[in-house]
Write a protein that binds this ligand. Structure first.
Ligand SMILES: Cc1ncc(COP(=O)(O)O)c(C=O)c1O
Length: 415
C-alpha cells in the first residue's frame, strides 16, 4: 500500500504483550526500556564522553576485569564476535574452535571469513569439552587463537572455561570467548580465567534488547591488534604512525580505530549508537545494583524450578544436566506432539513464546529460557501451566498439576 499525505493513517505500533520464555531475546527490564527513551546528545558532548567512560568502568565490573579496553561495539552480539576475530586474525593464522553447538559453527565461519586456517574439534550436541581434549588439540594445531563459546544456546550447554586460560598462556595462544548467552546468569571471570578477549550481547541475562555488544580486551590482545593500526585517510595526521601488520579487513570492526574513538584521542570513527549506550549502561547498573552473585543465584533458582516443572510434566530434559546453563533448558518434544503447532498455540492462545531449535536438534527439542527480567517465579509458573494445558490436549500423558507443583516444591525447598 502507498500512503499519500491526504490518506496517511498508519496504525500505532502496538506489539502484543508477549512473555518471552525462549532462548533470547527476552522482555527487557522496564528501567532499561525507559533509559533508551532519553533524548540524544552530541557525540563529543562532555556528558556523552563521560557516559562512555562510565560504561567502560561498569562493564569492567560486569566482566570482572581490570582491562582498560572494555567498551561497546555497536551492533548485535555477532558484531562483537566479528570485531574481536577480524581484528586479531591475519590471513593464514591458525584458529582453533571447539564446536559443541551452532554458535561454535558461527565462530568458525567468522574466523574463516577473516582468512584464518580454522581447525575444529567437536563433541555431540548436549556435551562439553574437557580441558584435556582442548589442550591436546592446542598441542596438535598450535593456533594463534582459541575461540570458544561459553554458553551455547543451541544446546543449552555451558563450557567450563576456568582451566583454559592457563593452558593458552602455556602455549602462547590468545584466548577468546563468546559469552553472549551466559553472562549475567552464570559465573564469568575474565581475569581469573585469563581471557584475552570476551564479547557478549544484552538480550539474554543482562535483560536488554539486542543491538550493543560489550567487549573486553586484555593488554596482550591489544598489543597484537595495535600492530595493525592504520588510521583512515581524512582524519589521519602526521602524529599517527602506521602499524607494520596488515590492514584489518573491515573498517567498521577495526578495533584499533574503535579504541582511538573510545580513548583519550576521541578520534572520529562511527557515530556511537547513543540510545543503545544508554541501554547498555542501564543493563550494567541493574545487574550491579542487584549484585552479580544474587543475579546468578536468581537465574539458578528459576532455571532449576523450570527444570523441576518440566520433569513434573513427564517431559525429558536434553543434554548433560551437569553442564546446563542456569538460564535455559532443552526439552524433548514428546511422541505424538507437533512441536511447532504447540509453540504456535503457546504464542497465540497464551502470549508466551518458547524456542524452537537448530540443526540436528530441529524438531526434536524446545528451548525454554528463564533469564533477565523473566527469571521470575510468576513467569515460570505461567509457562508451566500453559504448557500443561496444551500438552494434555495434544494427548501427552501427564498428571495434571504436577508441573507447577514440582516447581513450587523446588521454590519451597530453597526458601
Ligand atoms: C552464544 C551466542 N552467540 C552469538 C549469538 C548471536 O547473537 P546476535 O543475534 O545478537 O548477533 C547468540 C544469539 O542467540 C548466542 O546465543
Amino acid at each position: 500500500m502507498t500512503y499519500s499525505p491526504a490518506t496517511f493513517s498508519a496504525p500505532r505500533l502496538s506489539p502484543p504483550p508477549r512473555l518471552l520464555m525462549g532462548p533470547g531475546p527476552i522482555n527487557c527490564y522496564p528501567r532499561v526500556l525507559a533509559a533508551m527513551s532519553n533524548q540524544l546528545i552530541g557525540q563529543y558532548d562532555p556528558v556523552m564522553t563521560g557516559y562512555m567512560n562510565e560504561v567502560m568502568a561498569l562493564y569492567r565490573q560486569v566482566f570482572n576485569t581490570q582491562n582498560k579496553q572494555t567498551l561497546l561495539i555497536d551492533g548485535t552480539s555477532r558484531a562483537g564476535i566479528e570485531a574481536v576475530l577480524i581484528s586479531c586474525i591475519e590471513p593464514g593464522d591458525k584458529v582453533l574452535v571447539p564446536v559443541f553447538g551452532r554458535f561454535g559453527h558461527l565462530l568458525k565461519e567468522i574466523a574463516e571469513r577473516a582468512g584464518a586456517d580454522v581447525h575444529t574439534i567437536e563433541v555431540e550436541w548436549g556435551e562439553v569439552f574437557t580441558p584435556e581434549q582442548i589442550e591436546e588439540a592446542i598441542k596438535r594445531v598450535r593456533p594463534k587463537v582459541l575461540a570458544v563459546v561459553q554458553g551455547d544456546t543451541s544446546t543449552t550447554m555451558l563450557q567450563p572455561l576456568e582451566h583454559l586460560g592457563e593452558i593458552c598462556r602455556r602455549y602462547d595462544v590468545l584466548f577468546y570467548s563468546d559469552a553472549t548467552a551466559s553472562i549475567g546468569g552464570n559465573a564469568f571471570e575474565t581475569d581469573v580465567w585469563q581471557l584475552d578477549a570476551v564479547s557478549v550481547g544484552l538480550q539474554k541475562c543482562l535483560g536488554g534488547p539486542s543491538g550493543s555488544a560489550p567487549i573486553t580486551l586484555s593488554d596482550r590482545y591489544v598489543e597484537v591488534v595495535r600492530k595493525r593500526h592504520h588510521v583512515e585517510a581524512g582524519i589521519r595526521t602526521d602524529q599517527h604512525t602506521e602499524g607494520k601488520g596488515s590492514r584489518i579487513g573491515s573498517n567498521y570492526f577495526d578495533i584499533p580505530m574503535i579504541l582511538d574513538y573510545w580513548g583519550e584521542e576521541r578520534l572520529n570513527h562511527h557515530t556511537e549508537a547513543t540510545s543503545m549506550l544508554y541501554c547498555a549502561r542501564e543493563c550494567a547498573i541493574n545487574l550491579l545494583e542487584e549484585g552479580q552473585e544474587n543475579v546468578i543465584a536468581r537465574h539458578k533458582l528459576h532455571g532449576d524450578a523450570m527444570l523441576a516443572g518440566i520433569q513434573g510434566l513427564n517431559l525429558q530434559p536434553f543434554g548433560d544436566l551437569k553442564h546446563k546453563m542456569h538460564n535455559v533448558v532443552g526439552v524433548y518434544i514428546p511422541e505424538g506432539v507437533h512441536g511447532d503447532a504447540l509453540r504456535g498455540q503457546m504464542l497465540n492462545d497464551f502470549n508466551i513464546e518458547i524456542g524452537t531449535s537448530f540443526g540436528p536438534l530441529h524438531g526434536k527439542i524446545w528451548r525454554i529460557g528463564t533469564m533477565g527480567y523473566n527469571a521470575r517465579k510468576d513467569a515460570v509458573l505461567h509457562t508451566l501451566q500453559s504448557l500443561e494445558t496444551l500438552l494434555r490436549r495434544a494427548g501427552h500423558k501427564l498428571s495434571p498439576g504436577e508441573g507447577v507443583d514440582a516447581a513450587l516444591a523446588h521454590y519451597a525447598s530453597q526458601a
